[in-house]
Design a protein around this ligand. Structure first.
Ligand code: CMP
Length: 139
């Protein structure tokens, strides 16, 4: 059975380009509720741990460097079928392949600077949400 939470990051360039508000607006319009949210600047160690699953990939160090290049916004989102519906809303990882109207199509600069992250499974949503938020910080 699919769960009702997913986890998202508004990535550094989307934050510095002024897209926090428009991205949150799309999230609300699509029917997601914000369960937890905050702005922070990841340390190298935190980014390495968060992206450990990609450790063997050729883009790992580049990804860590990018994700520590400025403040980000992290949030836990609630909705029925949250993981699949949010992935549909954000579009393909590569913005050139993302459908019109998706968050990445509108706000991404490139494959690496793809504006937002969205969990790819209920298990990862649980891990990623717990990485940043305790139970007391969720509503
Ligand atoms: P995301 O799906 O949030 O999590 C993994 C990230 O790695 C992905 O977004 C991209 O930002 C990045 N990524 C994936 N594939 C590549 C790639 N081939 N080159 C550079 N970055 C990548």
């Amino acid at each position: 059975m699919s769960g009702n939470i997913t986890f998202t990051i508004i990535k550094p360039f989307a934050v510095s380009d002024g897209h926090i508000g428009p991205i949150l607006n799309k999230i609300h319009t699509a029917g997601f509720k914000i369960s937890a949210m905050r702005m922070l600047w990841l340390t190298q160690g935190e980014a390495e741990r968060f992206y450990e699953v990609h450790k063997e990939r050729p883009f790992y160090s580049d990804l860590v460097e990018f994700m520590t290049s400025g403040p980000i916004v992290v949030a836990v989102l609630k909705k029925e079928n949250a993981v699949a519906d949010y992935r549909k809303l954000i579009g393909a990882t590569d913005p050139e392949k993302a459908e019109e109207g998706t968050i990445r199509k509108e706000f991404a600069r490139s494959l690496r600077e793809n504006a937002v992250h969205g969990s790819d499974s209920d298990e990862n949503a649980a891990f990623e949400g717990s990485f940043f938020f305790s139970g007391l910080q969720r509503f």
